[in-house]
Design a binder for this molecule. Structure first.
Ligand SMILES: [Zn+2]
Length: 67
């Protein structure tokens, strides 16, 4: 066996946020994102989409208002 471990190609995936290469390995704790920024950006976008609800439509559900 030849020692080709050092030549092992790094597996990369496409970062869902910026579309750039993201190292898909335990060394990249933000995978599948390429960086912390991209991860936070993606989560922020998801949250803003989820919370894109109408403020009030006249009626308010008492159970829904509780936090
Ligand atoms: Zn990215």
């Amino acid at each position: 066996m030849d020692a080709s471990a050092a030549d092992t190609p790094v597996k990369t995936v496409r970062c869902p946020t910026c579309g750039g290469p993201s190292v898909y390995a335990p060394s990249n704790v933000y995978r599948p994102f390429c960086s912390e920024r991209c991860k936070l950006t993606d989560l922020g976008a998801w949250a803003s989409e989820s919370f894109k609800l109408p403020e009030k439509e006249g009626q308010s559900d008492p159970d829904f208002e509780q936090s």
